[in-house]
Design a protein around this ligand. Structure first.
Ligand SMILES: NC(=O)c1ccc[n+]([C@@H]2O[C@H](COP(=O)([O-])OP(=O)(O)OC[C@H]3O[C@@H](n4cnc5c(N)ncnc54)[C@H](OP(=O)(O)O)[C@@H]3O)[C@@H](O)[C@H]2O)c1
Length: 210
């Protein structure tokens, strides 16, 4: 059992990850700006607190065995929120984790975050934010697992993935549920080596990746 701080627990991946973490017997602390989004989860191991990630959220890190960052500003907000959440909140989370001595940090990043210059599309600013957040985590010295999923799908997970880049762009996709499962596997993983991995739909059990 681990004490897991899930940042972005009310999100589409975050909520599924929270439920799976609780089912696996972990304790979850969920600082969210809309606590009612988690009110249907009845589990004594879940603690929900109100928190806007644009404010100081350092108070939640003491005692966390693992920090999971799966927050994001989403596609319907502007560059201001991309900077404040995908970059700055992620950067702050890394700093808070380092100050608290958190043993492990799991970051939900994105395909394209490794090399934003390789992408010439309107999502490049988002990828730059993700890139800088990932770099900050890598350079922090914290033990880290960085997940870089492809385009997210709202369909049932298969528990099967691939981590090599598909030739066909249409194959660079993954159900959100499988990213949630990858988060749970990352939390449970005992190895202390750092991991940065793509995640796409594939044919390898997620448990074999971690
Ligand atoms: N879309 C894609 O195809 C894609 C691909 C690769 C990676 N990703 C990444 O995957 C991650 C999760 O995706 P998702 O689909 O689960 O996202 P989502 O459903 O939009 O969830 C985002 C989470 O961030 C929270 N959040 C945003 N601003 C906040 C603030 N100011 N204060 C507190 N919480 C805040 C949201 O809270 P509320 O519930 O209150 O809004 C929500 O919990 C993101 O980091 C995203 O960048 C996305």
């Amino acid at each position: 059992m681990a004490n897991v701080l899930v940042i972005g627990a009310s999100g589409q991946i975050g909520k599924q990850a929270t439920v799976k973490l609780l089912d696996a017997g972990h304790k979850v602390l969920a600082p969210v700006r809309s606590p009612e989004k988690l009110s249907d989860i009845e589990n004594g191991n879940l603690t929900v607190v109100e928190q806007n990630l644009e404010d100081d959220f350092s108070a939640h890190f003491d005692g966390a065995d693992v920090v999971v960052f799966t927050a994001g500003s989403g596609g319907n907000t502007g560059a201001d929120k991309t900077i404040m959440i995908d970059l700055w909140a992620a950067r702050n989370a890394v700093n808070y984790a380092k100050d608290a001595g958190t043993p492990k940090f799991v970051m939900v990043s994105s395909i394209g975050a490794g090399d934003p210059d390789a992408v010439s599309s309107e999502i490049k600013p988002y990828l730059v934010a993700k890139h800088m957040a990932d770099e900050h985590l890598i350079n922090s010295g914290l033990h880290h697992i960085i997940l870089r999923p492809g385009t997210l799908l709202n369909e049932p997970g298969t528990h099967l993935v691939r981590t090599d880049m598909p030739d066909n762009k249409d194959d660079a996709v993954i159900p959100r549920e499988d990213v949630a499962t990858a988060i749970v596997e990352s939390v449970a993983r005992e190895g202390s080596d750092n991991i940065i991995t793509y995640l796409f739909k594939g044919d390898t059990p997620i448990s074999q990746i971690f």
